[in-house]
Design a protein. Structure first.
Length: 401
């Protein structure tokens, strides 16, 4: 068991982000029995200009300047940790590999490293465990931490052109130089094993207590569900390239007696015009995490319509156990057999549009209280507390070895 250790975490997701990220959830769980310094992903100068009116920038202005501590004690889900806000850095991603990129990247690392070093000194941290949570942009921060154990936490595959430009090579460098790589899916484990033989898997989980509220009578239905024709076949999350829009069009054009609800931010360039124009398809836009249970409550069936490709096979969607925690029947395209085989007893898995429609129909017709409880029991076994304990046990094992 990992207890009373100093842990420094570099996170790609900021501590006040509205999205739930595996890295921050694991950090929170580790903080229950250890001392955690969580380093927020820095803002660069262009970010600050573009987002100058946002709360995130406004509350950090005092920390953007050099020679301030940047330290902020914080209670997260009942766990005490310290957040380290970084100085404003130079934007480097647009630069090609070479002289200018190397120069400004080095300056950024020095600014970040000096603040990290001062923070560790103030907190009395010497040779802590260091975890880079998918923040491949800053591979050299580890050199300033000088850890007893360096860990790369790989939570996804790099797919966006912006991130891939430098991220693909930087991530490989980090994996090769780390003592340990922890992955959120079996497919990521298989992909990353050639770069580091010390590879482990800690699957994503869910905040069970949050999503089980979808079954509580006292929870009001979300306003976005008002007036919708049932049955509602629902999805929440980012609507983008991973979705198999051809399947959705084929199914919901045929079944115009069903409502398809897509709740979440939309990358419209990926969405076919035909789907946008369908009268039984509703896009609600983005909602806060706190409101997701009330949205989930209105689903008759929850879906994961991801197509199977080299990207989707590596993901372990957070929504899987969130849907199950809310007791909802789940129908998924077989985007990742290694993920879905774990839950095949409680999830309906489809290979194509015809089977997707058939499984939704089956899920609607055979739903029962017994099945609701079975789903919720599975979700209750896959919580962030459970994952945090496993993560900590892995760290302890490699520290001892």
């Amino acid at each position: 068991m990992l207890e009373n250790k100093d842990i420094v975490v570099l996170g790609l997701t900021r501590s006040d982000a509205h999205v739930i990220a595996a890295g921050f959830k694991i950090s929170t769980e580790l903080a229950r029995k250890n001392r955690v310094l969580y380093i927020d992903h820095p803002y660069n100068l262009l970010d600050i200009i573009k987002e100058r009116k946002t709360t995130g920038v406004k509350r950090r202005i005092k920390w953007f300047f050099p020679f301030v501590s940047g330290l902020e004690p914080k209670i997260c889900d009942g766990a005490s940790m310290t957040i380290l806000h970084l100085p404003a850095v130079f934007p480097t991603n647009a630069l090609p590999v070479g002289g200018f990129y190397n120069l400004f990247s080095k300056i950024n690392h020095i600014m970040i490293g000096l603040r990290v070093k001062r923070a560790m000194k103030k907190l009395g941290m010497i040779k802590p465990i260091y975890i880079n949570c998918f923040d491949f942009y800053y591979p050299e921060v580890v050199n300033w931490v000088r850890p007893s154990l360096s860990v790369y936490f790989c939570v996804d595959q790099i797919t966006k052109d912006y991130s891939a430009k430098h991220g693909l090579r930087l991530e490989k460098e980090i994996m090769v130089s780390s003592d340990l790589v922890i992955n959120t899916s079996d497919a990521l484990f298989d992909r990353n094993l050639p770069f580091n033989r010390n590879c482990e898997v800690v699957h994503n989980a869910a905040d069970y207590d949050h999503f089980k509220m979808a079954q509580e009578d006292s929870l009001p239905l979300h306003s976005s569900m008002t007036g919708l024709k049932h049955p509602v076949i629902g999805y929440y999350g980012l609507v983008e390239r991973r979705s198999d829009f051809n399947v959705l069009i084929n199914v919901f054009k045929k079944r115009n007696d069903w409502t398809l609800l897509l709740a979440g931010p939309v990358q419209w360039q990926w969405v076919p015009d035909e789907l946008k124009k369908m009268s039984n398809v509703v896009f609600t836009g983005k909602w806060p995490y706190s409101e997701l249970p009330s949205i989930l409550k209105g689903f008759d069936v929850a879906i994961i319509p991801y197509k199977r490709d080299g990207v989707s096979e590596t993901i372990f969607p957070l929504k899987l156990y969130e849907y199950l925690g809310g007791g909802k029947p789940v129908v998924s395209l077989n985007f990742s057999p290694s993920v879905l085989n774990r839950v095949k007893d409680v999830v309906y898995i489809a290979e194509d549009a015809l089977e997707f429609e058939e499984k939704i129909e089956l899920a609607l017709n055979e739903d029962s209280q017994v099945l609701i409880e079975k789903r919720m029991n599975i979700a209750a076994e896959n919580t962030w507390a459970n994952r945090g304990e496993r993560f900590g046990n892995i760290l302890y094992k490699y520290l001892v070895d």
